[in-house]
Design a protein around this ligand. Sequence first.
Ligand SMILES: Cc1cc2nc3c(=O)[nH]c(=O)nc-3n(C[C@H](O)[C@H](O)[C@H](O)COP(=O)(O)OP(=O)(O)OC[C@H]3O[C@@H](n4cnc5c(N)ncnc54)[C@H](O)[C@@H]3O)c2cc1C
Length: 468
Amino acid sequence: MIGVVGGGIAGLTASIALAKRGFDVTLIHKGIKNTNSYLAQAGVAFPVLEGDSIKSHVLDTIKAGRYINDEEVVWNVISKGSEAYDFLLSLGVEFEYTELEGGHAFPRVFTIKNETGRHLTQILYMRARELGINFVEGTADALAIKEGKCYGVFVEGEFLKFDATILASGGYTALFRYTAGSPMNTGILIGDAVMKGALARDLEFVQFHPTGFIGKEGVKLISEAVRGHGAKLVNSKGERFVNELEPRDVVARAIYAEMQEGEVYLDATRIEDFKEKFPQIYAFLIREGVNPEKDLIPVSPIAHYSMGGLSVDLWYRSTIENLYAIGEAASNGFHGANRLASNSLLECIVSGLEVSRTVFRDRPRLEDVGDVEDTSEEPGDLESVREILWRYAGIVRNDVGIKRGLNELEGVDVDPRIKLLAGGILRAALERRESRGAHFREDYPFSRKEFERSIFFSAASLKRREGL
Ligand SMILES: Cc1cc2nc3c(=O)[nH]c(=O)nc-3n(C[C@H](O)[C@H](O)[C@H](O)COP(=O)(O)OP(=O)(O)OC[C@H]3O[C@@H](n4cnc5c(N)ncnc54)[C@H](O)[C@@H]3O)c2cc1C
């Protein structure tokens, strides 16, 4: 029996691929609408059209990642783009057209009505149901890890034993005050695995999307495609202050700087047929009392994507036996210091398909586990953690602030696994005394040769550093 935690595009793809190989699969989830996959707007990058090439997509990915991507992983994932594309078509997915997004040298982003995630998630979910995947609705509170081996998960007090456990639980952007993603994506199981001996990687790299909308209904995203169609960013004096099509980190920092003086708006009034082009965005803005065809849209950067996660190898094995990680929960150097737009869904599908082959090869079989402890805890004061990370590990960071953040974190009464992960993000941000991709240090505004590498984080390294 194989257990998959998380019902986004990565978890659903892995479940389908495993079921096709004859495995019994249990998927633990909180409904497809609670996934970031469901919210994905623009699309999926595939280098499969005439005139495009794998090499061109690889080079774009490494450039966006500011040259610290694991090149073998990048080649591996992107060369499986045609297999991933074919997999979706075999399920009946019909893309509408392709778009050019920031950082891509070719219009290779396949989209469906700018609600690509919703369409893909629904189709994958239906296929998983047809294949007889056992869906368990609930929260996986803790991993059952003992002496370096994973035996399954605890779901609301019940121990579910698995031969292999696949973490597809998304990233940790919900640890930041503002995000348009699922509030469940706190990365708690990444923190749990690290507490039990696993390695995490690249935790300091969190991508901030420039144009979030913070409204009465919560935080939503105004996709890059709106700027791609000509929307302009203006400050409270009505002045443009940045080229809207610069990379996400550049635009997010420019907005952040303007916001120290006042509001920032997106002017989309010159886009023809906004309603038809962006039906989802139009609908929520209207509900919020903003008509994008006439009004300026107030925007703010928001935490959008975690490049870091549970450290896995090329084949999605973590450093804990029988524990695998895929999609945004995993980190193996594919994205480097900054994710190229629409590469995330590509990674979700490729890693979901790939991990099924790895599990098939590894053939994990568990002997008797004996007693294993359920280490789940009350969540505690998550809001303070979100405030601390937003303030001290946000768009602009510096040594004094990060140290203050670490100090304040010590005093917060929160689940220790969240505290460990949040501390890991701050510590990695402190250690990286340079600016690279999504990580910007105002006290070290340039990239430095000595940091052309990933930073790994483990509970053991933390103890060593603190002399415990
Ligand atoms: C608004 C928005 C727009 C985006 N647009 C794009 C885009 O156009 N193209 C692109 O490539 N990427 C996009 N992204 C990023 C992309 O959507 C995500 O990186 C990707 O969907 C992650 O998929 P996943 O399967 O790894 O995780 P998710 O889709 O996040 O699914 C993980 C699920 O696991 C659940 N979970 C977490 N912990 C537990 C637990 N302990 N027990 C049970 N369940 C748990 C979570 O609730 C979540 O539902 C966007 C992200 C957002 C937020």
